[in-house]
Design a protein around this ligand. Sequence first.
Ligand SMILES: [Fe+2]
Ligand SMILES: [Fe+2]
Length: 141
Amino acid sequence: MGDLKLQVKSSFRTEMFAAGLYSALADQCRRENPELGARLKKISGEEQMHGKLFRQYYFNAYKDEPGSEKLWIIIGKSAGRLIRFIPLRKKLKSLSDKEAAAVLKIEAKLKCDDDPSYQKILKRILPDEVSHAAMFGEIFN
Ligand SMILES: [Fe+2]
Ligand SMILES: [Fe+2]
């Protein structure tokens, strides 16, 4: 299915971009708040792992690379640096909302009968995305 191919490629990019973005945010707050820095670094690692799962799927299914891991991480890091003057609270609120939207999207995709190995990846990453969506509430409430 051509549509799934595009979806996986886009998911790969989004995950790697997120890995870079969270990594930049972790670097920015590490000094003042090491605990939050560590949490953001952990999220960054999870996003990178998700990206790798999509990359592997893409390679197995289409015998091709969905893009450059390094490049998309750099793009995410650069985006994180560009928004460094936006208050952290505001950034994390917006990211939490995006993660919540991602959870809904994954849940909707899990209801379609796609390829079982694709569904397996979605099931694997869902709990992580749920925890990312909850991050703002945990940190600020
Ligand atoms: Fe993710
Ligand atoms: Fe996430």
